[in-house]
Design a protein around this ligand. Structure first.
Ligand SMILES: Cc1cc2nc3c(=O)[nH]c(=O)nc-3n(C[C@H](O)[C@H](O)[C@H](O)COP(=O)(O)OP(=O)(O)OC[C@H]3O[C@@H](n4cnc5c(N)ncnc54)[C@H](O)[C@@H]3O)c2cc1C
Length: 400
């Protein structure tokens, strides 16, 4: 086991917290520092586009709260929390992290957990235009939606865009979702199932416009509308831009670490340096047996990678690869969508329970060469979880 004097976790959110927990549960008893740019203790992001927007949920602890830790656990973790502090640079040769304000933090172990940040569009900066990643973003958006907004335009029909649209529809607002692709979510779900999910917008009372981009915004000071590339103008009191995220790696430029749409790691979250690991949305992991690398943007990956990375960091090299089957869920218009597995373009889809046409929920299995590669469920949580467990145990086609 490598002996560290100080391990610093950069990013005080889901993956960073789980790495910190992993380190302590594996017996690391040295100095543990957690640096977080947000002023908040770790909190859960998934509710931000769902019940936090529609409800009056308290961002803190307790039922309905978002906090991922409580004072008792924080005492047990025995970490130094540097919150509202940004890591500006990592000097791997000197063993230092430079923080905002010029302060340098000496550290011999590093967990990179800086997550992802929303992509933006080249649009003018106007009041009423929002992105959604943080609790502060969600608090601002929630206030805007309750301040008399009637018409909302969501740009991008990915999972976050669809969830925001669903929440706005639940609040009784007039919602239009604009998607540049002919159909949203095809890369994630394949065309057949993407079409079913796209149908949820109409079911929930929102309008989905596909195959058109955004040309610009109307309004001076405050947004009044969205100009589309096909010439239409959509009146809007609030605009939410949900066009995906990019991993937060800017602070690692010059560190010598390999950056390629994320921090390049081996299959066990270890970078080219054995004392630096990366976890969660920022980590791009090698896939054993393939030349492919994967960066997941799912809650479950972020949570599970923390423990694996902690083990490998303390071991000094990868002794445990991260092998969990990819899994995510999304809640839209009262429907729970769950997906697990590794589908690839060309996989066939077989409905094994229910009927997508009747709107009452169903279970689908993706297959290739007679082998199940992935599963999708809508409103079938129990059988879906059974399928997910079976998939995790089953052999995968070569190269997955
Ligand atoms: C609105 C929303 C809804 C979601 N819903 C779902 C869902 O339904 N299902 C699902 O599977 N997944 C969902 N996700 C995705 C899931 O929340 C993420 O995969 C997860 O939060 C990733 O955790 P992370 O710790 O890797 O990164 P993050 O949660 O992004 O945390 C990274 C942290 O690092 C901090 N940071 C960044 N740079 C620095 C720096 N230089 N110095 C210090 N700190 C820094 C950031 O401020 C942030 O607090 C959702 C995400 C969002 C935003």
């Amino acid at each position: 086991m490598t002996t560290f004097t100080t391990v610093t976790v950069v990013g005080a959110s889901l993956a960073g917290l789980h790495a910190a927990r992993g380190l302590r549960s594996l017996g690391y008893d040295g100095r543990l520092v957690v640096v977080g740019e947000e002023r908040h203790r770790p909190y859960d992001r998934p509710p931000l586009s769902k019940e936090f927007l529609t409800g009056d949920g308290d961002p803190g602890e307790g039922p309905g709260g978002l906090a991922l830790t409580d004072p008792e656990e924080e005492a047990e973790l025995d970490a130094e929390w540097l919150l509202g502090v940004r890591a500006e640079a990592l000097d791997t040769a000197a063993g230092e992290i430079r923080l905002t304000g010029g302060r340098a933090l000496r550290t011999d172990g590093v967990v990179i957990a800086t997550g992802a940040t929303p992509r933006t569009l080249p649009l003018p900066r106007l009041d009423g235009v929002h992105t959604l990643r943080t609790l502060d973003d969600a608090t601002r958006l929630r206030a805007a939606l309750r301040a008399g907004a009637a018409r909302v335009v969501v740009i991008g029909a990915g999972f976050i865009g669809a969830e925001v649209a669903s929440s706005c529809a639940a609040l009784g607002l007039d919602v239009t979702v604009v998607e540049a692709a002919p159909l949203p979510l095809v890369p994630q779900l394949g065309e057949e199932m993407a079409r079913v999910c796209a149908g949820l917008h109409a079911r929930g009372g929102a309008t989905l416009l596909c195959g058109t981009g955004v040309e610009g915004l109307r309004g001076s000071g405050r947004v009044t509308g969205v100009e589309l590339t096909d010439g239409r103008v959509l009146p809007a009191d609030v605009v939410v831009v949900g066009v995906g995220v990019r991993p937060v790696t800017g602070w690692l430029e010059g560190s010598g670490l390999a950056l390629d749409d994320g921090v390049r790691c081996d299959a066990g979250c270890v970078t080219a340096l054995p004392n630096v690991v990366a976890v969660g949305d920022v980590a791009r992991l090698a896939q054993p047996g393939t030349v492919r690398t994967v960066r997941a943007e799912h809650w479950t990956s972020g949570m599970l990678q923390g423990a694996v990375a902690a083990r490998n960091l303390l071991a000094g090299s990868t002794v445990e690869p991260f092998e969990a089957l990819p899994y995510f869920w999304s809640d839209q218009y009262g429907a729970r969508i769950q997906y697990a597995g590794r589908r690839a373009p060309g996989d066939s889809v077989r409905i094994v329970e229910g009927d997508p046409a009747d709107g009452g929920g169903f279970l689908a299995v993706y297959e290739r060469g007679g082998i199940s590669t992935a599963a999708l469920g809508i409103d079938r949580p129990r059988p879906f979880m059974r399928l997910r467990r079976e998939l995790a145990r089953a052999p995968q086609p070569a190269g997955r």
